[in-house]
Design a protein around this ligand. Structure first.
Ligand SMILES: Nc1ncnc2c1ncn2[C@@H]1O[C@H](COP(=O)(O)OP(=O)(O)O)[C@@H](O)[C@H]1O
Ligand SMILES: [Mg+2]
Length: 420
């Protein structure tokens, strides 16, 4: 049911790959040089940071040039024997149907050995006799183990794309998912990802899946204190812990706000615990935690926090009895936190106005906002003269007047009346 967007929206052709134009051009012209016979460098070594499109560039290139792609990951060829098993595919003279072939050895960082032994040596031997282009990919090409290997390779550096290019890709994904996204929201996601396209798309999915609109307020909290990696780690530990101790440790290790974590756990329980009875049990634990939270708020007895945390972590973790791990389920960003972020300015303004009312009318500011502000609003919308009188009496500034009046025109009229 849940497909990772990095897979679902993986570029098929080079026209969809953003950034690294020059590196890709270099790669293409090297591949094309094979048409005139085996070139001096029989391998290309692509290197650079993760998530910038190294793998996908080679896949898309093979697709565009209609080449057969033989793709191996580090796990397939860690040792010399494993390399030798497919080395023949590189040294044959023709493919079965006479087409062109490219051999891709991805994630070379995980291979064993050096130039003299093990997997690295076997790769060098394979390149020496290759009749088809061999592409190697690693994060670090300058590992000393690769020094001999490098001599046989055309080195091609992949760099991080620009923020603009990351945004461009995010926009494309949003378009195919039918999401209207603010430019600023996408910019923040791109910036927070450190220009790692893969992680930017993962974040976008967590933030926007199932929505038709993504605003800056929806993502603004990404730049706040509780970094999402921290939260995700805690959630993972809670939902996949094997015992209470492990689950409880999750929260001790991390510096997260318990109220914030509560919202996260609450939002994600239904997606993580798919069995109805497990779900009921977990919700029960959370409900108890919430009772303690209420008591802490009322009494400021912070000793109770221990119970809140235990119920939220161990209580939820132990509810998993029958739910099967349902494959890859992305964590969801809590609606309530989104809502709080979206309404932050508004709530702040109400609080300030509430305090002004409290000073004059001797009610609590919460009650002032709830019970008195609505009446003031009616007056502000209807009678500029009377509104100005009230504004003066309460000592409201222009920002507050504008907020209560709800329109620029009305606010102006009230301010004009202030002088008289
Ligand atoms: N430059 C890019 N253009 C478009 N999509 C990208 C790009 N870089 C990464 N992606 C997305 O991230 C996923 C992982 O990219 P990948 O090519 O494996 O990165 P790398 O090999 O550099 O670690 C891709 O499937 C794709 O969805
Ligand atoms: Mg890769």
């Amino acid at each position: 049911m849940y497909a990772a967007w990095t897979v679902k929206h993986k570029p098929r052709t080079l026209s969809e790959v953003v950034g690294n134009e020059e590196a890709i051009r270099e790669l293409i012209s090297w591949i094309n040089s094979w048409n005139k016979g085996v070139p001096k460098k029989r391998a290309a070594f692509l290197y650079g940071p993760p998530g910038v499109g190294k793998t996908v560039a080679v896949e898309a290139l093979a697709y565009d040039l209609k080449m057969e792609l033989v793709e191996k990951n580090a796990s397939d060829y860690r040792t010399a024997e494993a390399v030798q098993r497919f080395a023949g595919l590189a040294s044959q003279y023709t493919t079965l149907f006479g087409g062109k072939r490219v051999i891709l050895l991805d994630e070379l960082d995980g291979i064993t050995g050096t130039a003299d032994r093990g997997g690295v040596r076997a790769v060098i031997e394979t390149i020496k006799t290759a009749r088809f282009p061999v592409v190697l990919i690693a994060n670090h090409a300058y590992d000393p183990r690769f020094s001999t290997l490098r001599r046989y390779c055309l080195l091609v550096e992949f760099k991080k794309p620009t923020i603009f290019q990351v945004i461009k890709r995010l926009k494309k994904v949003c378009a195919s998912e039918g999401i209207m996204a603010d430019e600023r929201a996408l910019r923040l996601i791109a910036e927070r990802s450190g220009r790692d396209v893969r992680s930017a798309i993962n974040d976008l999915q967590a933030l926007a899946q199932g929505r038709s609109r993504l605003t800056y307020e929806d993502v603004a909290w990404l730049s706040e204190r509780d970094r999402k990696e921290v939260i995700f780690n805690v959630l993972r530990t809670i939902f996949y812990a094997k015992d209470c101790v492990e689950a409880k440790r999750a929260i001790d290790a991390a510096d997260v706000d318990p109220d914030m974590l509560f919202q996260w756990v609450y939002e994600n329980i239904p997606y993580q615990l798919t069995d109805a009875r497990d779900l009921a049990m977990a919700m029960e634990a959370l409900a108890k935690a919430d009772v303690y939270r209420g008591r802490i708020r009322a009494t400021q007895n912070w000793k109770l926090l221990r119970y809140v945390l235990d119920l939220m972590t161990a209580g939820v973790a132990m509810s998993r009895r029958r739910s099967k791990p349902s494959g890859w389920v992305p964590f969801r960003f809590p609606e309530r936190i989104r809502w709080l972020a979206r309404t932050k300015q508004q709530r702040q303004m109400q609080r300030l106005i509430g305090m002004k009312i409290r000073r004059r009318m001797h009610v609590s500011s919460v009650r002032a906002v709830k019970e008195i502000l609505p009446y003031i609003r009616v007056i502000f919308e209807d009678n500029a003269e009377m509104a100005a009188g009230i504004a003066k009496w309460l000592d409201l500034d222009e920002g507050m007047i504008g907020y209560i009046a709800g329109s620029k025109g009305r606010a102006k009229a009230i301010v004009r009346n202030l002088g008289s």
